[in-house]
Write a protein that binds this ligand. Structure first.
Ligand code: DP6
Length: 384
């Protein structure tokens, strides 16, 4: 069997020949959150998806990260003993030196996750160990909103690291820059691979999407119908608490899940169908696939063992109200869900006024503290 390693894709290994000298400096990137239309749920080593997914890039929900770097006087080295009693050896390895601040406050709990991320990507960006790093990050949405910041956060950080690579090696082609950023972001959080570039991004190999890959996200390669231009997403914050179940735990529950195989096949079929709908402007099919994907994601959680329910009573109230409104008015409104209780309400720009009125008069009351975020499709990350 073909063995996939973290280094799969040698084109992504940083080569230090012809490098410029880089002493200190900083780079800032703003990376968006994304909302999956066909969901990624189930992964294998290393952060490879069991099925392809597609998402809308968001615009108002983003993370802005500044990475400050300074050449270490002496790159930190850690000595570790490894091996069993008969064969003990001292392994000297380098360790990155970094601190993370969220809105100016040191965030020790992020440092473990990012430390692991840096270790994972270190073979691909070996220069990283030569620097002391300070990461300053800010999310446009409140930390407690229940909106995952891992996609936008890991994407912004991966892009800052790629800017360092570009400063060292200015000849890196633009295409490779973004591909590698997505590859690195994926190693931090799977869905982050879809938060780099483009309005609609596919991550995971699919027979009909040219150049699609399990290793990084690619822009949806077809012309999208005008019906989907500037598509709207109102995020209803039903439950602002921290997630009850981490995505990683959830993904792992797809191992040995009784319906896993069928689910992965279905995601492939749904990606074909939604691809056709996006090209033809078929809003009714789009709505059907998107809602079915959201409910299937939650059905997978309910039918795993251990089983869990992340929807709240108000999530169901909102879904029922949306169905009722759609039946009565034929409006092209639909919902999707993440691994949580919040509801993303999706609709075309053309119907914005009527649907906004409906949301405000009928749905906001189900949100915690009446909180919601008006968002829409975005274009991808931007260097600041
Ligand atoms: C339900 O990307 O958060 O939002 O790879 O473990 O970091 P990790 O998981 P993550 O999973 C996202 C799952 C989802 C569906 C999706 O975005 O496709």
């Amino acid at each position: 069997m073909h063995k996939i390693t973290i280094l799969n894709g040698n084109e992504f290994i940083y080569k230090s020949n012809n490098s410029k000298i880089l002493e200190d400096g900083s780079f800032t990137w703003k990376a968006p959150s994304n909302i999956a239309l066909v969901k990624y749920w189930g992964k294998r080593e290393y952060q490879l998806p069991e099925n392809p997914s597609i998402s809308f890039t968001l615009s108002n929900c983003f993370t802005e990260t500044t990475l400050e770097f300074k050449k270490s006087q002496k790159p930190a080295e850690v000595s570790e003993l490894y091996g069993d009693n008969d064969f003990k050896q001292t392994l000297t390895r380098k360790e990155s030196v970094f601190e993370i601040f969220l809105d100016g406050k040191r965030k020790l709990e992020f440092e473990e996750k990012v430390g692991l991320f840096i270790k994972r990507i270190s073979q691909l960006v070996s220069f990283i160990y030569d620097y002391d790093l300070v990461i300053n990050t800010h999310n446009s949405f409140p930390h407690s909103s229940g909106i995952a910041s891992s996609a936008s956060g890991m994407a912004a950080l991966a892009l800052c690291i790629m800017s360092m690579e570009k400063a060292l090696n200015p000849s890196i082609p633009e295409e490779l820059f973004y591909k590698k950023a997505s590859f690195l972001a994926r190693l931090g959080s799977g869905s982050a691979a879809r938060s780099i570039k483009g309005e609609l991004v596919v991550w995971g190999e699919h027979r009909e999407i040219i150049a699609s890959s399990d290793l990084y996200g690619v822009e949806f390669p077809h012309k999208v119908h005008d019906n989907f231009k500037n598509y709207q997403d109102t995020i209803l914050l039903v439950d602002e608490g921290e997630k009850q179940v981490s995505s990683t735990v959830g993904h792992n529950l797809m191992y040995g899940h009784p319906f896993a195989k069928k689910r992965f096949e279905q995601a492939n079929e749904n990606l074909s169908k939604i691809s056709t709908a996006l090209k033809n402007g078929d809003l009714k099919s789009f709505i059907n696939i998107v809602e079915s994907e959201a409910l299937t994601l939650h059905a997978m959680m309910m039918t795993s063992n251990p089983y869990f329910i992340l929807m709240k009573p108000n999530t169901l109230e909102i879904m029922n109200k949306i169905w009722q409104f759609r039946n009565e008015t034929n409006a092209n409104i639909c919902f999707t869900l993440d691994a949580g209780a919040n509801v993303h309400v999706l609709y075309p720009e053309k119907e914005k006024e009527t649907i906004n009125n409906f949301i405000i008069s009928e749905l906001i009351k189900y949100c915690e503290n009446k909180n919601y975020i008006n968002d829409r499709i975005g274009f991808g990350a931007k260097q600041i």
